[in-house]
Design a protein around this ligand. Structure first.
Ligand code: ATP
Ligand code: FE
Length: 356
């Protein structure tokens, strides 16, 4: 099976072609990602209007590039998979409309994919992870533990009750005058910082379950920053690196401790090939990866983290999720809707009629 995937749910426009032949590992024939960071830079965050227009302008070109790089024509593709939600509605619409246009023009089957399923199925694309595996999906808009038992079978065990860690990284960068996206810039600063200097909160660790909270962390960081600014009239380089390191350590601690507990529940089910996988933009963070790998090894599960280019948004994960749905017999038609909200543990949009 060879599938063209499209992704445009946030601020990355992407197209990719993934091929899977029986008995062989999947091949990413091409994966084109056109970011929009420079368009949103002046605004300190993603502006939905600007994002939607940029997706509309770039999607066509991304598809052409993806086909060129894979040396394929549309007639050699078996289906088109497109992110149908959740995300910024303008961007999702741009992708869904283009996918419908291509499907109508070529007669190829159309498959709507949940963006979060794209992230959550990535360990199957990269490492052939077997179901059921435990997934920590940790990104710009989400943070949740999922038991993944099939391409449409996700059970949410728990997650953040407020901000996502990626959002917290982005806000931290903003507070400290570092460039967006905040994750990579905070990680770079943290390398030369002291993670123990500032005692930032680790919320909800005293509570049972897998819920987490990251909004208080940002408030605490703001307080520390203001104290320093008031005392010294500004932030010294070392203060900034120490703040970054302390912030990153707090996020890593919370994720690791909650992962330890989720792993205990998962291992209690005696999976034949236990796997703990992480995905989403924040899984690109090496400190966080290392902390998760440690708890995974202690629990006796194989730890899987995607290569960096498959952590953040990309269309290869959408094409792969499309392959899994295609194999399961799933097809969408021209009634496929763009859904700004689409929790993973709900049925596909086609089965929901109203799209709500
Ligand atoms: P979602 O997938 O929840 O809809 P999204 O698609 O915007 O959100 P991703 O592209 O998966 O999110 O991830 C982007 C987020 O990952 C940003 O918040 C970014 O700061 C964060 N991020 C990227 N690299 C790193 C890193 N090295 N360390 C920490 N965070 C990172
Ligand atoms: Fe994402």
């Amino acid at each position: 099976v060879t599938i063209l995937g499209l992704e445009s749910s946030c601020d990355d426009t992407a197209a990719a072609i993934v091929r899977h032949r029986a008995g062989q590992p999947p091949e990413i024939l091409s994966s084109i990602v056109a970011g929009q960071a420079e368009l949103h830079e002046a605004f300190g965050g993603v502006v939905p209007e600007i994002a939607a227009r940029a997706h509309t302008e770039k999607l066509d070109l991304c598809v052409e590039e993806a086909l060129d790089e894979a040396r394929l024509s549309l007639s050699e593709v078996d289906a088109i998979a497109v992110t149908a939600g959740p995300g910024l509605i303008g961007g999702v619409l741009a992708g869904v409309m283009l996918a419908k246009g291509i499907a109508a023009g070529t007669g190829l089957p159309l498959i709507g994919v949940n963006h979060l399923a794209g992230h959550a199925l990535t360990p199957r694309l990269t490492d052939g992870a077997a179901y059921p595996y435990l997934m920590l999906l940790v990104s710009g808009g989400h943070c949740q533990f999922l038991l993944v038992e099939g391409e449409e079978d996700f059970t949410r065990l728990g997650g953040t009750i407020d901000d996502a860690p990626g959002e917290a990284f982005d806000k931290t960068a903003k507070l400290l005058g570092l460039p967006q996206p905040g994750g990579p810039s905070v990680e770079v600063e943290a390398k030369s910082g002291n993670p123990a200097r500032f005692k930032l909160p680790r919320p909800l660790l005293d509570r049972p379950g897998y819920n987490m909270s990251f909004s208080g962390l940002k408030t605490a960081l703001l307080r520390e920053r203001d104290k320093l600014v008031e005392r010294d009239g500004g932030l010294h380089v070392q203060d900034r690196t120490d703040l970054c390191a302390s912030f990153q350590a707090a996020v890593a601690d919370v994720l690791a401790e909650k992962s330890r507990r989720a792993l205990a529940e998962y291992m209690g089910r005696k999976p034949a090939q236990p796997v703990f996988a992480v995905a989403g933009g924040v899984s690109a963070n090496m400190t966080i990866r290392a902390a998760l790998e440690t708890v995974s090894a202690a629990a006796g599960a194989q730890f899987l983290a995607p290569p960096l280019r498959l952590c953040t948004d990309n269309a290869a994960m959408i094409a792969w999720a499309g392959i899994e749905r295609f194999r399961a017999g799933h097809r969408d038609d021209m009634s496929l809707m763009a859904r700004p909200r689409w929790p993973l543990d709900q049925a596909a949009p086609a089965m929901l009629g109203s799209g709500k």
